[in-house]
Every structure is written in structure tokens, then in C-alpha cells.
Design a protein around this ligand. Sequence first.
Ligand code: KG4
Ligand code: ZN
Length: 341
Amino acid sequence: MRNLVLGIESSCDETAAAVVEDGCRILSSIVASQVEVHAPYGGIVPELASRRHLEAITPVIGRALKTAGVGLADLSAVAVTVGPGLVGSLLVGVSAAKAIAYCRQLSLIAVNHLEGHIAAARLENPLVYPAVALVVSGGHTHLYLLPAECEYRLLGRTRDDAAGEAFDKVAKLLGLGYPGGPVIEREAALGNGKAIAFPRAEVSDGGLDFSFSGLKTAVVHYLKGYGAAPRSAELPSPKTIRDVAASFQEAAVDMLVARIMRAAREAGIHRLLVAGGVACNGALRRALAREAEAEGFILTIPSPALCTDNAAMIAAAGAVRYARGERAGWDLNAVASLPLA
Ligand code: KG4
Ligand code: ZN
């Protein structure tokens, strides 16, 4: 019998559904982005996000099934993101998954969004343990030790902003729009990353936590030195924008790379996994590849389309939990701040 899992993801500003076979073959992956809804506000508006999820969820699930060429009767399980995320957004996906699973008497599987980001790697290569994983996205910057399948130990996390949040905020300061990561990367490619010596924060206790708010504040101070309030009429010159973007990106990449390399060295582990939206960043991917090769570490980063939010990663994570016999009850609920470890 075919093992088909329908994945549903609605934790933030993407409504997504996917069908994955045997936990690793993507038969379909549909992502409906809400970027145009939130762009005028320069960030996600939670109430608008949940309303848009409500409109999009049924058609997106329908398209995922149609593209995969399967019906609900062919499915083994429905896997859904239960947290962390925006609670109103999560509830839309959780309610849809419960309704489908209940009506068709399918297994319901609860998936942590961060485990989903890590499981994205399974869709391209089997995961090998132990490994050190960095999940770096708009809401999360977490370092985990992965001793074995479905086991997570938190090694470090951001004490303030997530890395993606810092990209988004700096893009806003530079008048580059939302979401910030891709535009900062584009501008940075044209600028000089050595132009401005932005700080690389280390936590004072020598631990593996991250801090990005100091870097963001340094960008604010630098721009104020130019007399450039973040109003379009007074934006810095195109050259300054490019140099700030490049220098900020270089500092952020340095911090992320240094921390995961140190975590792996200290844990005596030579397998690295990096996932989440910020892992799309070409400068980060290149720096990680360079450092990993220099130390003889094996590095896995999913393809960019699997790094940003999608439901194939949720189905992949759900398939593992399904195979282990885990099932959620009909009282399943969304949990905004669900920890992975
Ligand atoms: O994983 P994701 O799609 O959603 C969350 O779970 O948060 O990550 C979105 C984040 C945003 O902050 C976005 O600016 C960032 O990933 N991002 C990037 C790039 N593409 C997306 N950051 C840096 N460089 C990129 N190319
Ligand atoms: Zn995410």
C-alpha cells in the first residue's frame, strides 16, 4: 500500500499543502504566499494573516491533491503544523487537518514547525545522526544537537531578534521593503561587505546563544550618522544602501557560521544541517560550505525552495512520527510558543 501523507502548514504568512510519498518523495507542494497582503505594513499583520489563511486553505489543499493525482481516500495520514507560530494562523491549518482526518478516519499527526524545517533535508537525502542543526528563519534562530531521530537538545538560541527578523528590520530601515532577506542579499551583492565594521556579538557567558539586536542597532546608528531617518525622501545614497546591506549581511553570516562551527567542534560532531528561510541566503551557504570543507565536516542545506516555509517539510516530519506510531487526538490544539527541546 502507498504511504501518502498530506502536509498542511499555516504557521506564519504562507498557506501551504503538500503530498509526500514514503516520507521523502514530493508528489506536490503548493505554497500560497501572503507577501502582497503584508508588504504595505512592512511586516506581518497577524489578523490579516489568519483571514487570508481561511480563504486560501481549502483551494490550496485541493490543488495539492490534484497535482499529486490522489484523492483523500488514498491518504494514510494528515500532518499539520501545531506550533510555534501565530496562533490565529496555526488554528486554520489545525482545524482543516482535523476536519479532513476526522471525516476520512485518517491518522492525525502533530508537527512542530522547527522539526519540519529540519525534516526538509530528508526530502533530498536521508538524515544521518548525530548532527548539529541550525534553524534560522524569520521567527527562530535555534541550534540543536540531534543525537538520533526525533531527539533534540537545545544548544543555543537567540536572546533577542531572530536572524531573519534582523534582515527584515534592516531592509525596512534601508527602505528596501518586505520581506527583507532576499532584497538585502540582492543589494549586498552590489556592495562592499568590508565597508563598515559592524559588530559580531558574543554572549558574555561564552555560551552558544545568539544576539542580533546589537547589530541592528549599529545599523540604525550608522544611518543616523548620515542624517538619514528611515523616510523615503531622506534615504541614504544607493551606494550607502548597498554597502550597509553587504556589511550587515557579512556580520550576520559571520555570527551564524562561527556559532554552528563552534557547536559542532565542542560536541565532537562532524555533520551539520542548516535550515529555515535565512538558509536561502547565498552568502551564508557559501561561507558554511567553505568552513565545513576546511574542517572536514559534512554539511547539508536543503534547496532554497525547501528552506522557506512549505508543507512538504511538514509531511516529511509527519511521516517519521506516523511510522513511529504517534497519533494526535481530536482535541489537538495550536500552541503559539511550542518548544522543540
Ligand atoms: O522559514 P521562513 O520562510 O519563515 C519562518 O519560519 O519564519 O523564513 C522567513 C525568513 C524571513 O525573515 C526572510 O527575510 C528570510 O527568511 N529570508 C532570507 C532570505 N530569504 C528569506 N534571509 C536572508 N537571505 C535570503 N535570501
Ligand atoms: Zn519557518
